[in-house]
Design a protein around this ligand. Structure first.
Ligand SMILES: NC(=O)c1ccc[n+]([C@@H]2O[C@H](COP(=O)([O-])OP(=O)(O)OC[C@H]3O[C@@H](n4cnc5c(N)ncnc54)[C@H](O)[C@@H]3O)[C@@H](O)[C@H]2O)c1
Length: 434
C-alpha cells in the first residue's frame, strides 16, 4: 500500500454490484474507503466482513479490508463528510418506457448536497452509475448548486458481473471525463496502481462511452449469432467462420471501420449484404441486424443530403465522386446519390475528384459516367482550382489527400466535411433533458 493511497479517503455511495466491488477493490489498493447504502442489510453484511451478494472473490476482499480498517460502511451519506472523492454507484434502472430512471441518483446527490455546508475540504463527485450524456450537467450539478468546494466528473464503470473483481483489478478501460482538469486527474489517479492509462475525455463523452460500449457489445453478439445462424443453415461451421473472422486483426478485430464518417458504398459491401440477406430470407431466416445495415446506411446518407440542402450556399463545390479516396470506382457511390438529390432540388454544383477526369478515365467507369450519369459527368472539373474558384461552399465527400486539403483550407471558403469523424453536419447539438 502506498502512503499516497492511504491518505486518500473515498466514499462509495451505493453498495450494489458496482459499488461494493469498487469499495472492496479500492480498499485493497490501499485507500481508506467508506461504503454507504440505504439498505441496512448490505451495510451490516459489509461491516461483518460478508459480501452482500455473490460475486467471485469479493468476500475475502471485504473481510480482509474491513479487518484491516481500510473499509467500513454506513447508512448515512454524512459518513462521506471526510471523503476527498465520492463515487456514486447507485442504480439507474429502466423506467417502463425504457428511459433511464434517475430517482436513486437524484436522491443520493440531494442527500450529499445537504451535507456540503458542513464541509471544510474539496470534494470530487464521480458519477460511476451509467447515465445519459447531460445528466451530470442537468441533474447532478444543479443539486450541488455549483458549490465551489465540489467538482463533478463522470467515471463510468465497465466491470462485468461474475468476473467483477477481476475486471476492476484488470480493467479493459479507465475513463474519466470532466471540465475541471484537477478533479479529473484526482479521480484518474485512483486507478494508477492498476497500470492502465486512463482516457481523460470531456464530461459528455465519458457519459456516452458506456452506452457506446454496451451497444457495441450487444451488436457484436447479435452479429456473431446471425452469421452463426445463417452459417448453420448453409451447413457451414459457425464457430469456424467466426474464429476465422477474428483472425483478421487488421480489418475485423481492430479500429478499422469504427470511425463515424460518411455512408458506405462501392462494389462490395452493398452487393454482398444484399446477397446475404436475400439468401437468408429465402431460407426463412430472419436476421434483423444484418437486414438493418443497408437501411441504416441510407438513413445516414439522407442526413448528409439534408444537411447539404440546408446550406446557405449558392454554388456548391463537391470534393470527391467515387465512394472513397484513391479509386475511380463509381459503383454505388453515395456521392452520386447526394449529387442527384442536389441537382434535382435545383442546386448549382461542380465536382472535383482527383481520380475521375473525363479525358483520362477509360473502360467501364467512363461508360458509366457517359451513359448512366451524364448529368453528373458534365459537372466534373479538371482541376481543384477551377472548382474552388467557382464555388462559394465546399462539401467534402471523400477523404482528401494533404495537398488537396491544403488547397481547400487556403481557399478560405466555408467547408462542410461529410467525412470527418466530427460529423458536425448531422445536426446542431440539441439540449439534453435527462
Ligand atoms: N451491474 C453491473 O454489471 C454494472 C456494470 C457497469 C455499470 N453498471 C451501472 O452501475 C450502476 C449501479 O449498478 P449496480 O448493478 O451496482 O446496481 P445495484 O442495484 O446492484 O446497486 C445500487 C445500490 O445503490 C443503493 N442506493 C440506492 N439509492 C441510494 C441512496 N439514496 N443512498 C445510498 N444508497 C443507495 C441501493 O440500495 C443498491 O444497493 C448502474 O447505473 C448500472 O447501470 C452496472
Amino acid at each position: 500500500m502506498s502512503s499516497e493511497a492511504s491518505s486518500v479517503h473515498v466514499a462509495v455511495l451505493g453498495l450494489g454490484y458496482v459499488g461494493c466491488v469498487s469499495a472492496a477493490c479500492l480498499a485493497q489498493l490501499g485507500y481508506r474507503v467508506i461504503g454507504v447504502d440505504r439498505d441496512e442489510s448490505k451495510v451490516s453484511n459489509v461491516l461483518a466482513g460478508i459480501a452482500p451478494f455473490f460475486e467471485p472473490g469479493l468476500e475475502p476482499l471485504v473481510r480482509d479490508n474491513v479487518a484491516a480498517g481500510r473499509l467500513t460502511a454506513g447508512t448515512s451519506v454524512d459518513a462521506a463528510n471526510d471523503a476527498d472523492i465520492a463515487l456514486v454507484c447507485v442504480g439507474t434502472p429502466s423506467e417502463k418506457n425504457g428511459n433511464l430512471g434517475l430517482d436513486q441518483l437524484r436522491r443520493v446527490v440531494h442527500d450529499l448536497a445537504s451535507t456540503l455546508d458542513r464541509r471544510a475540504k474539496p470534494l470530487v463527485i464521480a458519477i460511476r452509475s451509467t447515465v445519459f450524456p447531460g445528466t451530470c450537467e442537468d441533474v447532478v450539478m444543479p443539486l450541488v448548486r455549483n458549490n465551489r468546494l465540489v467538482s463533478v466528473v463522470s467515471n463510468p464503470e465497465f466491470l462485468r458481473e461474475g468476473v467483477a473483481v477481476n475486471d476492476f483489478m484488470q480493467p479493459s478501460l479507465v475513463v474519466v471525463g470532466g471540465d475541471d482538469p484537477d478533479a479529473t486527474r484526482r479521480v484518474a489517479d485512483l486507478y494508477t496502481p492498476l497500470g492502465v492509462p486512463p482516457c481523460l475525455v470531456s464530461l459528455r463523452t465519458a457519459e456516452m462511452i458506456k452506452y457506446a460500449c454496451n451497444a457495441f457489445h450487444a451488436v457484436k453478439i447479435s452479429f456473431a449469432n446471425e452469421i452463426g445462424a445463417l452459417s448453420a443453415r448453409l451447413n457451414v461451421d459457425p464457430g469456424e467462420v467466426m474464429a476465422t473472422l477474428c483472425e483478421d486483426a487488421k480489418l475485423n478485430v481492430s479500429a478499422a471501420y469504427l470511425r463515424p464518417g460518411f455512408a458506405f458504398g462501392g462494389s462490395c459491401l452493398p452487393k454482398d449484404l444484399r446477397a446475404l440477406t436475400y439468401r437468408a430470407n429465402r431460407l426463412d431466416l430472419h436476421l434483423p441486424l444484418l437486414d438493418s445495415a443497408l437501411p441504416s446506411n441510407r438513413e445516414h446518407l439522407q442526413r448528409a443530403i439534408e444537411a447539404v440542402l440546408d446550406l446557405p450556399a449558392r454554388r456548391i463545390g463537391v470534393m470527391g465522386l467515387a465512394f472513397k479516396e484513391n479509386t475511380d470506382d463509381l459503383r454505388e457511390s453515395p456521392v452520386v446519390t447526394l449529387l442527384e438529390q442536389l441537382i434535382g432540388k435545383g442546386r448549382q454544383v461542380r465536382i472535383y475528384d482527383p481520380h475521375i477526369q473525363l479525358d483520362a478515365i477509360y473502360g467501364s467507369n467512363r461508360n458509366f459516367i457517359l451513359q448512366q450519369i451524364p448529368h453528373i459527368g458534365r459537372l466534373l472539373d479538371a482541376s481543384i482550382h477551377e472548382t474552388l474558384a467557382w464555388c462559394d461552399h465546399v462539401v467534402i465527400a471523400q477523404k482528401l489527400n494533404p495537398e488537396l486539403s491544403a488547397h481547400v483550407t487556403r481557399s478560405g471558403l466555408p467547408v462542410t466535411d461529410l467525412v470527418s469523424s466530427s460529423l458536425a453536419y448531422v445536426a446542431a447539438p440539441v439540449p439534453v433533458r435527462a
